[in-house]
Design a protein around this ligand. Structure first.
Ligand SMILES: Cc1cc2nc3c(=O)[nH]c(=O)nc-3n(C[C@H](O)[C@H](O)[C@H](O)COP(=O)(O)O)c2cc1C
Length: 365
């Protein structure tokens, strides 16, 4: 598994958190740590997880003017803040997210901010999460915050909390990937091995499809013109006064029956041979009954009776032949596993939480 942790930082706190998250992720993933200005869009092509973090400035993501204010703060001399070497580099996380293309990866966001209720401080990670989700990333954690004091120093223990959060992110991605793999294996295991039809089967399927087409065509013709399809005189003494019900019977019995046998063959059902035999026998019986009631066309009826006999005979022959179907190499279809965004987990909802206390990535003061 591959992960990338992307960050922006003015005074080094967000960088420290990013480094700790990367250390946590490194237990399960190959991790790259990079500033936003160092990452190109192609760098995300082969990663499974992208984690993005930034300091909270003016209730959200840093902008050019808030970065300028940070520079002023650091240069005031009444503090020990040291600017990061690339503090003014562009793009920052806001600009980087703005230029991001479509993502097909898991994502998570964090920020650094003052330790106070969220509605007072705002938090950059919410904007990052929204942007990642908008670009198609599948969020695997709620936004997480790590806290600095009023002198802009990371609180003790935040490094460790960030490392643990990173570790959980890695485990979550691995779990989801594992679940996908085992689902794929399950689907593959369930797939019936496709085998080539043997010559007898091909003959049977051909005859059955021919009979079926005739049955369906003839049935529809009789049902749609029940009084004129054929002379009604043929029906004398049969109990029918139109061709409607004989048409329905033809449609179902001669039209649909053989299709079921073809489906059984295609699906490799155990009843395949029995189904062929029944189709053949049924066709012979059908013609005999029909001929006893009404001789519509002797050559036609003899032809179909003969086809019925051939089908039954082929089915019997096949059922007694030794089995040795040829597996077709390469036609067992790979199970498709949907990895599209949003397909595995509900948006933004995850048991992953950066906080040992709360459910929103916040350590309560
Ligand atoms: C211009 C500016 C605006 C800030 N606005 C906020 C804010 O709205 N909410 C907050 O919690 N912290 C705010 N902070 C504090 C930053 O969140 C804090 O400096 C940052 O987390 C430190 O991260 P860094 O060391 O990576 O730059 C602000 C800091 C600066 C310099």
């Amino acid at each position: 598994m591959r992960a990338i942790v992307i960050y922006e930082s003015m005074f080094g706190n967000t960088r420290r958190v990013a480094e700790a998250v990367a250390r946590g992720l490194a237990r399960t993933a190959e991790v790259r740590l990079a500033r936003a200005d160092e990452v190109e869009s192609g760098d995300l092509a082969s990663v499974d997880l992208v984690v993005v973090g930034a300091p909270t400035h003016a209730w959200g993501l840093p902008r050019t003017n808030t970065r300028g204010q940070a520079l002023v703060t650091a240069s005031r001399g009444d503090n020990d803040l040291v600017l990061e070497p690339a503090a003014e580099s562009s793009p920052g996380v806001r600009e980087w997210l703005g230029a991001l293309g479509r993502l097909g990866v898991s994502g998570a966001a964090f920020d650094t901010r003052l330790r106070a209720p969220r509605f007072l401080t705002g938090r950059a990670s919410t904007s990052i999460s929204r942007s990642l989700r908008h670009d198609g990333a599948q969020l695997i954690s709620p936004p997480a915050s790590f806290f600095v004091d009023r002198q802009n120093h990371l609180y003790a223990g935040e490094d460790e909390r960030a490392r643990a959060w990173g570790e959980r992110l890695g485990a979550e991605v691995a779990r989801r990937k594992g679940a996908q793999v085992s689902r794929a294996s399950l689907l593959r295991a369930r797939a019936r091995p496709r085998t080539r039809l043997d010559p007898l089967e091909r003959g049977l399927v051909f005859l059955e499809l021919f009979v079926s087409m005739c049955g369906i065509g003839g049935g529809i013709y009789l049902v749609s013109s029940p009084r004129s399809a054929m002379p009604l005189a043929y029906l004398e003494g049969t109990g029918f006064d139109t061709w409607r019900w004989p048409g329905v019977a033809l449609l179902l019995f001669v039209g649909v029956g053989p299709v079921l046998a073809v489906v059984a063959t295609w699906q490799r059902r155990r009843i395949e041979d029995a189904a062929h035999f029944l189709v053949g026998l049924g066709l012979v019986v059908w013609i005999i009954v029909e001929a006893l009631w009404v001789v519509v066309s002797a050559p036609l009826q003899i032809t179909f009776a003969t086809i019925g006999v051939v089908i039954a005979a082929l089915a019997l022959t096949r059922s007694r032949a030794p089995r040795g179907r040829t597996p077709v190499v390469g036609t067992v279809r790979e199970a498709h596993v949907d990895v599209s965004p949003g397909s595995v987990a509900p948006r933004d909802v995850s048991p992953l939480d950066a906080s040992p206390v709360g459910g929103n990535g916040e350590v309560r003061p």
